[in-house]
Ligand binder design. Sequence first.
Ligand code: MCA
Ligand code: AMP
Length: 484
Amino acid sequence: MNVLFPALHDASPATALRFGDRALSYRELAAVAAPLAGRIAGESRVALWATPTLETAVGAVAALLAGVAAVPVNPRIGESELAHIVADSAPSLVLAAPGEELPAALAALPRTDIEAVATDSEPAALPYEPVDETPAMVVYTSGTTGPPKGVVLSRRAIAHTLDALEDAWQWTAADVLVHALPLFHVHGLILGILGPLRRGGSVHHLGRFSTEGVARELSADGTMLFGVPTMYHRLAAEAGRDPVLAKALAGARLLVSGSAALPLTDHQRLAAATGRRVIERYGMTETLMNTSVRADGPEATGTVGVPLPGVYVRLVDDTGQAIEASDGETVGEIQVRGPNLFTEYLNRPDATSAAFDGGWFRTGDVAVRDPAGNYRIVGRKATDLIKSGGYKIGAGEIENALLAHPGVAEAAVTGEPDDDLGERIVAWIVPATGPDAGPAPTAEELAEHVARQLAPHKRPRVVHFLTALPRNDMGKILKRDLHA
Ligand code: MCA
Ligand code: AMP
């Protein structure tokens, strides 16, 4: 399987990548990525400053060609989260677009600029690609406690998941994928950029999400749309009053939602406005994609469909027994096994072994299976994981960031339902008192603080100030009592 992107070797003039008015054909992509791969070959691991640009896509392809694991970094990342990622992944250099100003922790590393402007040249000589188990990427993901963990993804896992989606979605070189997802997670980067490239098709990235951008690209030659539920929620609202958008969505071959559950009301509003159904697929940073509603299968709205080819999925009850029933009612934890799984959490053998039940990866997601074999996700085992705008955010990391603020004595973080974001982050704060405390912080100040330390999407959207947090006899915070 060694070759991840066969179309690069054909040096075809077909468009591979387009970001706004900048584009690269496969021939041009090979011409810019091959020399960059040559420059970074032999590096241990590289940080990739993952702005939503052509450069990020070129940098990712070059790292894959070179067989050097890339660590995509959110360009809006805060100080303490970046410090953790740099210390944990120890990149030997950073790849960034020319002229990009980097934060200190990355600016201290050797830097290689990503040149994404193709000059007319001979077809590039592509390097011989490494074996399948070679680490391809380290993607950071939040857990319930502690700082984010680096998920090591092999070339094998990436190739497998993209080929399974080819089958489920009849994804071909004729497809033009439209999306506006960030490029530092699996959804936007692996599915949304590497997916089209593995098929020999194209991707049109919008730079940033807007309903007008989606309408424009789908009205032109876009055939598929990827988005998180927050994006479909906004599209549903707009499609109801904008016939141009409704027509553009109606004309797409496939509308795919993932990263969080798409509420039935949004499914229904989209269907009413466009006559089209959005299909959902289910995955995780650690597992890449597990299940999907198939493009050629029966309608299964409200479910995440059936296991992808090669992926084994089971439901397990509280006693650890596999559930055989497909009755749409018996609830269990989803566990998965297959070539789509990650290799390990970087530097965390303890966390890696705790994540498995024999060869099965424990997802922490809770679901039922219907008689047709479709999985319907009904919840999540950990209440301390929040999905907001499709981002997974651990309550513990936000609590730690809040506690580091001098005006905060105690902090608890919860998620609450939000029509737009799915869940919004809520902080419950006991302000510091005493002679050194200074004035009590404002809600805006605490949101700013979290955005600066971690990332803007991790900032609390609501802050409640209390005189004490509800605790049990052991001193543990009773989060359930907070919302009451
Ligand atoms: C606001 N901003 C701030 C602050 N407040 N910046 C600094 N300090 C502050 N206090 C900035 C934000 O950075 C952002 O800037 C802008 O203001 C708006 O912020 P926000 O409200 O957070 O954005 P939004 O409008 O709510 O964004 C909605 C969104 C976004 C576009 C849907 O949440 C998104 O892109 N979600 C995608 C998540 C995703 O890809 N998940 C995949 C992981 P600016 O606009 O310039 O950024 S899950 C995965 O990979 C698995 C495998 C799976 O299944 O897919
Ligand atoms: P992440 O760890 O950020 O990769 O997020 C993975 C999590 O997103 C999964 O464990 C699920 O909880 C959630 N998720 C992804 N896709 C879906 C979906 N289609 N429906 C419901 N939840 C989803």
